[in-house]
Every structure is written in C-alpha cells, then in structure tokens.
Design a protein around this ligand. Structure first.
Ligand code: KG4
Ligand code: ZN
Length: 339
C-alpha cells in the first residue's frame, strides 16, 4: 500500500499569509489564513510594502499554527510547497524564504508552485479531477481558460487582454464608494437588484477565447460620472447588476463554447471571482443543460489559501519535480506543465 503523503503549503503572493497541511493531495488536515484586508482597506487596494510587512509578522505564526492544528511535527511531513509566482515580488519572497528555511532545517524537499495551478487544484480538495478538464480561472490578477488533458498539464486557450475580472470588479466598486475588495459588495448589490442597466459585452473576434474587461469598466465608470455631472442620482444596485450581467454572460458563454470544442469531462471554476454568486449560478445552470459536470470549490477555497498550494504541490512532488535553494520570487511566472 502506498504511504500517505503530507505536504505543507505556504502562500504569500498577495494579501493573505497562509499555511496548510494536506494529505495525499485532497484531504485538508489544517488550513490557516491570516488576512490583511483590514490594513489595505483604507488605501482602497493592496499596498505592496504593507503586504510584505504583514507577511513578515505573520508567516512564522501561521506555519506553527498549521502544524499545531494538524497535531503534527515537521518530521511527519513529506515536502514543503510554496507559491513561486506570479504575485508581488516582496510578498512572494517572504513565503519562499520561510519555505526554504523550513525545508532546510527539517531536511525536506521543496516544491515551487504556480499560484494559478494552486487555484485550479483547490478543486482536488473537494472532488476527483477528471481529464480532459476545462478550468475557468477568475481572480484579482487573472482571467484565463485553461485546458488540462492530464494531471499537471496546462494549455492556456484564452486570457484577458487587459483587466482581470476581479480587477474590474474592484475598480467599479471604488467608483461606487464600496470598500476593498469590491467584488463581494458588487455581488451583493447585484443580487438584491430587481433591474439591470445595459452595458456592452466584449466578445472580441469570432472564435476567440480571450477576454477584455476594460471597455466595460470604462462604460460603467463613465455612466456614473455623467450622472454625477448632471446631478442625477443613480441606483447603485442597477449599476452593479448591469456590470455583473455583462461579466457573467461573457464568462459563461466562452466557457461553454470551449467545453464543447474540447469535449471535456469536467468544467471547474477557480480563483476569487469564482466566489461570485451570479457567476456560480449561471455556470451551474448552463452546465446542467450541457450535461457536463461542473464544480466550484467552497468560497474559502476560491480566495487565496495555502491548501490549494499544498494540493498542487502534492501533484508536482509526486511527479518528481522539485525546486532547490536557488528558488526566487517570480512575479511574471508562466503556467508551465509539470507532466
Ligand atoms: O484569487 P484571489 O483571492 O486573489 C488573487 O489571486 O487575485 O481573488 C481576489 C479577487 C478580488 O478582485 C475580489 O474582489 C474578487 O476576487 N472577489 C469577488 C468575489 N469575492 C472575491 N469578485 C466578485 N464576486 C465575489 N463574490
Ligand atoms: Zn489568487
């Protein structure tokens, strides 16, 4: 019988300091996330220097807490997986240095994980991933359609040409004076709304799986500014609903088309914006009609966490891809296959 495999995951690429222990790539033993959202709120977005300082303060506590909650010692672990990129370089480096020190001190192998691979593998924590699989990755920094023909294989079939979906959510939220991060607030207003304003949909060239959200973002912001200049009150719910409908319709339509073309066995959604109720409902309904299984992790596994890094790290470690002590933070790291 194969021995159980325990991976410690560490994630510090943006504004969460997180550590987690995952068994055999799918069972969460502990999952600790220290959020910095409160500190960034007053600036209306993530301030890199503030993020780095928080990571330094939190990282040791969070790693110790992950071991404590799991009731494990470093000797019980098989490897340490850490987010290598993309992300804020100063923030990444804190997790990477902590992972290196931990691995070195305890004689453990080190595995560098791509943040988006992590978001995708959050799904392995809730169901068995079956291939070929299509992943819609929607976060603060990424909007991508990724085709996986096998475990550890990634083909980018579409991506945003400008803003990421989460970025557009956050910018529109700012115009409406909603707190950072704005995505969940827009989602709430949109769901409470009985009416939606009409905004454009960016389909791009026929057949393209790419996305664009900056035109929509500008249209929404202009609408708000014009109304302000005329001294007119706008209903923020109607505006939020109109914006969300446009984002959700484009994401859903392109995901369905790709799922059909590549005849996938499974469709999954990943990343912070996959926490969006409107998007989850739209994809769920659409894929029931398509008769293709669709999965999305619970909200706390959609936003940044280290269990997803441990899950992806488990697959990469099992495939024999290890990193060494020269690992560096790579803000522009590409999503490469490891199988
Ligand atoms: O994946 P994530 O936690 O961090 C990145 O890797 O970027 O995603 C954060 C993004 C933010 O832009 C946030 O506004 C968005 O996810 N978000 C949402 C919702 N919850 C978080 N966007 C729309 N609706 C939500 N419910
Ligand atoms: Zn993320």
């Amino acid at each position: 019988m194969r021995k159980d495999q325990y991976i410690l995951g560490i994630e510090t690429s943006c504004d969460e300091t997180a550590a987690s222990i995952v068994k055999n790539g799918h069972e969460i033993i502990s999952n600790v996330v220290a959020s910095q959202i409160e500190s960034h709120k007053r600036f209306g977005g993530v301030v890199p220097e503030v993020a780095s300082r928080h990571h330094v303060e939190q990282i040791t506590i969070v790693v110790e807490e992950a071991l404590k909650q799991a009731d494990m010692t470093p000797q019980d672990l098989d490897a340490v997986a850490v987010t290598e990129g993309p992300g804020l370089v100063g923030a990444l480096l804190i997790g990477i240095n902590a992972a290196k020190a931990f691995a070195f001190a305890n004689g453990l192998p080190l595995v560098g994980v791509h943040h988006i691979a992590g978001h995708i593998y959050a799904n392995a924590l809730v169901q068995k991933m079956e291939f070929p699989l299509l992943a819609l990755v929607v976060s603060g920094g990424h909007t991508e359609l990724v085709l996986m023909k096998a475990d550890g294989q990634f083909e980018l079939i579409g991506e945003t040409r400008d803003d990421a979906a989460g970025e557009a959510y956050d910018k529109v939220a700012r115009v409406l004076n909603l707190p950072y991060p704005g995505g969940p607030h827009i989602d709430k207003l949109a769901n409470e709304s009985d009416e939606a304003l009409q905004f454009p949909r960016a389909w791009l060239e026929e057949g393209s799986y790419d996305f664009s959200f900056s035109g929509l973002k500008s249209a929404v912001i202009n609408y708000q500014h014009n109304a302000e200049q005329r001294g007119e009150e706008i209903n923020p719910n109607h505006l939020a609903a109109g914006f969300q409908q446009s984002v959700v319709e484009v994401l859903t339509t392109k995901t369905i088309r790709a799922a059909r073309e590549f005849k996938v066995k499974q469709v999954i959604a990943a990343g912070g914006v996959a926490a969006n109720k409107g998007l989850r409902n739209s994809l769920e309904e659409a894929f029931i009609k398509e008769n293709i299984p669709f999965y999305v992790p619970p909200i706390k596994l959609c936003t940044d966490n280290a269990a997803m890094i441990a899950a992806a790290g488990n697959s990469k470690y099992s495939a024999g891809h290890l990193s060494d002590m020269s690992m560096n933070g790579r803000p522009g790291l590409e999503l490469n296959s490891w199988n």
